[in-house]
Design a protein around this ligand. Structure first.
Ligand code: NDP
Length: 267
């Protein structure tokens, strides 16, 4: 608990669960007023608690984005930080993937962040300062099988990030993207369920990371906090991988990798 975001109003899209929820709670713990926008209906809208408010938002629909931003401004007066976190994934081969799958992924993962930035930027400009933090993925740099469309949305987010950083920089608005590696949430559960021995898969997955473990939503929330705070005031237009160095390691045949690990752990 600290006060690094004292007085700031933060919006987190898709913040009802997973990484978004961890970001919302971490930033609220730094004295920000955090508004979570998610696909709630009238029965699923959580009760707002101190420093954490919940509002209905579908990032794919411009009317919903506009109404959400208007609501936040009416209730809280300003928006200092926008976290574009809402995202979906589709695991399908290129043969199975349909045009509808492609459009849905693009709508949530890329059009949504664009629409949010477009409608929030005028509010940030009004106060002359603001920060946009996108949640991309290491799959904007590399790709797992069956993720062609997902990877395209995340690589597209890199272009969106540098475009916003350049266009909005003169207005005092920064834009960066955190690229998570493997984080334990519902989003990637279906991948783990491909194999019956879940604990074996988890062990092998951890070994792919030089730091020896997969990430947690809190790891991402800590990186977002830094980018949202004034401590990063000269950082804009960057894609920052938070992945335990997984994308820095060149693959070896697994048998050689095991030998190497065995040598490392010898007393
Ligand atoms: P989850 O599936 O756990 O949570 C996603 C959240 O986004 C849900 O609350 C979901 O609502 C919401 N959402 C989906 N569509 C919309 C929409 N149209 N408008 C508003 N909210 C929406 O995912 P994660 O927490 O794992 O992922 C969060 C972000 O992190 C995503 O952008 C993802 O691509 C990225 N990421 C995740 C990684 C991981 O390993 N988990 C790795 C790299 C990147 P609902 O519950 O109603 O579906």
């Amino acid at each position: 608990m600290g006060n690094r975001l004292s007085g700031k109003v933060v919006v987190v899209t898709g913040g009802n669960r997973g990484i978004g929820r961890a970001i919302a709670e971490r930033l609220a713990n730094e004295e920000a007023m955090v508004v979570v926008g998610d696909l709630f209906d009238e029965h699923s809208l959580p009760v707002s608690v101190e420093r954490l408010a919940f509002m209905r938002l579908d990032v794919t629909k411009e009317a919903s984005v506009r109404a959400f931003v208007d609501d936040v401004i009416q209730k809280f007066g300003r928006i200092d930080v926008l976290v574009n976190n809402a995202g979906i994934i589709v695991h399908k081969s290129i043969d199975e993937q349909t045009g509808e799958d492609w459009d849905r992924l693009m709508a949530v993962n890329l059009r949504g962040p664009f629409l949010m930035a477009k409608h929030v930027a005028p509010e940030m400009r009004r106060v002359g300062l603001g920060t946009i933090v996108n949640i991309g993925s290491v799959e904007g740099f590399m790709v797992n099988p069956w993720h062609t469309a997902y990877a395209a949305t995340k690589a597209g987010m890199h272009g969106l990030t540098i475009g916003l950083a350049v266009d909005l920089g003169p207005d005092g608005i920064r834009c960066n993207t955190v690229c998570p590696g493997w984080i334990g949430t519902d989003l990637n559960r279906s991948y783990l369920e491909l194999h019956p021995d879940r604990s074996l898969v988890e062990r092998e997955l951890a070994q792919l990371h030089p730091v020896g473990r997969i990430g947690s939503p809190k790891d991402i929330a800590n990186a977002v906090l830094w980018l949202a705070s004034d401590e990063s005031s000269f950082v804009s237009g960057e894609m920052i991988a938070v992945d335990g160095a997984r994308t820095k390691k060149i693959s070896l045949p697994s048998i050689l990798d095991e030998e190497y690990r065995a040598k490392l752990t010898k007393p």
